[in-house]
Design a protein around this ligand. Structure first.
Ligand SMILES: [Zn+2]
Ligand SMILES: [Zn+2]
Length: 164
């Protein structure tokens, strides 16, 4: 059973699966054209912290991250808080179209990243007991980490979002 959102599965290279109590943590890298080299676009607000940290926070309660493969140009909707995650399971999805901006590396001003995603899912049996049909979308937390492919700066957990 692959607990990764269906729309992400074709581009997700699993790195690890661990249990944290009843929760399952799934970590992997976004891949397209056998590579993780994406231009990243976001909706929301970027807050800057110390040591070249950046965090994506919500603007009108919504954040979104898209990644565009630099080789083939395919755009992958990595996360959209208006439709993705536990809170939106079983909902007739009414996607809010968010306008996105390019995410520019603070250090080198490039837009070229490796994208890592970590999902937390509640206990699978519990999800089944609740008769949630789109279990793949029932993750309760998402973290996204970017690493600049040009200068190597790592933006750990630039997205750190609870979805319940
Ligand atoms: Zn590609
Ligand atoms: Zn950079």
């Amino acid at each position: 059973m692959n607990l990764v959102p269906v729309k992400i599965q074709p581009y997700f290279e699993m790195k690890s699966q661990t249990m944290d109590g009843d929760n399952r943590l799934i970590e992997g890298t976004l891949k397209c054209c056998y590579d993780s080299d994406f231009e990243v676009f976001f909706a929301g607000e970027i807050k800057c912290g110390f040591f070249s940290k950046m965090f994506l926070t919500s603007e009108n309660d919504n954040i979104a991250v898209k990644a565009r493969c630099k080789k083939c140009g395919r755009t992958i909707s990595v996360f959209n808080s208006s439709i993705d995650g536990y809170e939106h399971c079983e909902e007739k999805q009414n996607s809010i179209c968010l306008s996105t901006r390019a995410l520019i590396c603070k250090k080198c001003h490039d837009n070229s990243y490796s994208v890592s995603i970590k999902y937390e899912y509640p206990d699978e049996q519990e999800l089944r007991d609740l008769e949630i049909s789109d279990i793949d979308n029932a993750f309760s937390w998402i973290w996204i980490t970017l690493e600049c492919n040009n200068c190597g700066t790592k933006y750990k957990n630039i997205v750190d979002c609870e979805t319940t």
